[in-house]
Write a new protein. Structure first.
Length: 419
């Protein structure tokens, strides 16, 4: 086969993957019974919250009347500022645009992750794999609710991988993670990644950018910022009942088992220590993508509420495990996000989660179990592969040009973290 024919065949398969992903998203987005755009309740809350932010700033003292049930705006004030363009768009158009952004961010994140795994032609492979990634339960839930998860995923991946700094070398590390934390708090956990890679400048930048972005809405509503960080942030009941089946966190498991909250504190401390250790060992062995994902899993486990759509990191975790030669564990992760998403099929209406049997408790906590197993297995597998000193700072393994070609670091290549 000639070079031109091979290139054409490569891009043809990638185009098929992109089209298949587009069809899948369209099927999720369009109500085939009447041809209308499906209602994305979380996106509507974003839109209603942004509208009220622009109007009066009163976004935490009320519940917004969605088409399903009145719901509160639970994000920081900076998120309302970010969502403000939605206030000027019809809901149907917002749904189409937001779903498109979700998939584009997901495909880009896959390409960056694959490039970080040193896969040849990562853009092509990302387009080929994107239909399978879209079929993962966290991604389906993200699309069906109209959530912002893949945008945050991409911000963190771009920052941690250094992809943007290969194009703009002056761009400080940690800034994008800080912005993500100002939108939804939980990405602040990725300061741990910069700690285990000894990138102190990124830790500082993350903290400063998160503080500055969080304070930005105070230019319009200083009392709103004070209200959120002094009161609303502690009202975890605004998010939803912890025992809901979709809450795939340690707190969710304990709530469904109706055990003492002290167990959450004990297991959370254990997971933070164990997850930090596993990420540290992964970074020591130059598995930086794996280290980043181990931090992500740690944050998801210890968060009081981690809805199933928050677990969009799992497909990327599978890539990282595969690259680290932990192929069986990668398979289990993919199983848990597809045919093994048992929580979606168990009784979960009218407080039925509180009546689950022990078997149902185990099956209904599959993300928690798989994530805990990944943290433990990685810590165990990497314990003997000791490197004398860890890599200093975050590696910068990808660039826009590298994403489209087969690139391998050489001794004169700044992409090589051991140079």
């Amino acid at each position: 086969m000639s070079l031109i024919n091979r290139i054409a065949a490569d891009w043809w398969t990638a185009a098929i993957g992109a089209v298949c992903a587009g069809i899948l998203v369209a099927l999720m987005l369009v109500d085939v019974s009447n041809g209308s755009v499906r209602y994305l309740v979380d996106l509507d809350v974003y839109r209603l919250g942004a509208t009220e932010f622009l109007r009066s700033g009163n976004i935490y003292n009320q519940r917004f009347h969605t088409q399903e049930t009145p719901l509160p705006f639970t994000y920081p004030p900076f998120a309302a500022l970010v969502f403000s363009p939605l206030a000027y768009l019809p809901l149907s158009l917002s749904s189409v645009l937001f779903s498109t952004i979700t998939v584009v961010c997901l495909a880009t994140a896959c390409a960056i992750a694959l490039a970080w795994c040193d896969v040849a032609h990562p853009i092509l492979w990302a387009l080929r794999l994107i239909p399978l990634v879209v079929l993962c339960e966290p991604v389906i839930a993200t699309l069906m609710f109209g959530q912002i998860n893949t945008v945050l995923l991409l911000l963190v991946l771009v920052d941690a991988s250094g992809a943007l700094r290969r194009i703009f070398p002056w761009f400080p590390p940690g800034i994008l993670c800080g912005i993500a934390a100002a939108i939804k708090l939980t990405p602040a956990i990725f300061a741990m990644y910069f700690l285990v890679t000894k990138n102190w400048r990124a830790v500082r930048n993350l903290a400063l950018s998160a503080i500055v972005a969080s304070a930005l809405p105070a230019l319009w509503y200083p009392s709103l910022v004070w209200q959120y960080f002094s009161d609303t942030i502690f009202a975890t009941d605004r998010i939803g009942a912890s025992y809901f089946a979709a809450n795939q966190s340690i707190a969710g498991v304990i709530s469904r088992a109706e055990e003492s909250a002290y167990w959450w504190l004990f297991f959370s401390i254990t997971v933070i220590v164990g997850g930090g250790y596993s990420a540290y060992r992964a970074a020591y062995n130059s598995h930086h993508l794996l280290a980043l994902n181990l931090i992500a899993l740690t944050g998801l486990l210890v968060s009081p509420v981690s809805w199933s759509h928050h677990w969009v990191w799992l497909p990327i975790t599978a890539f990282a495990l595969w690259q680290a030669k932990m192929r069986i564990m990668a398979g289990w992760v993919l199983f848990a996000t597809t045919v093994g998403c048992f929580h979606a099929f168990l009784p979960s209406r009218n407080h039925l989660e509180l009546e689950w049997t022990i078997t149902q408790q185990i099956l209904g906590s599959h993300y928690v179990i798989v994530a805990g197993a990944v943290l433990a297995w990685c810590g165990y597998q990497l314990r003997a592969n000791y490197v004398a000193s860890p890599p200093q700072g975050t590696p910068i393994p990808t660039t826009a040009g590298y994403l489209a070609e087969d690139h391998r670091p050489t001794h004169n290549d700044p992409a090589d973290p051991h140079r």
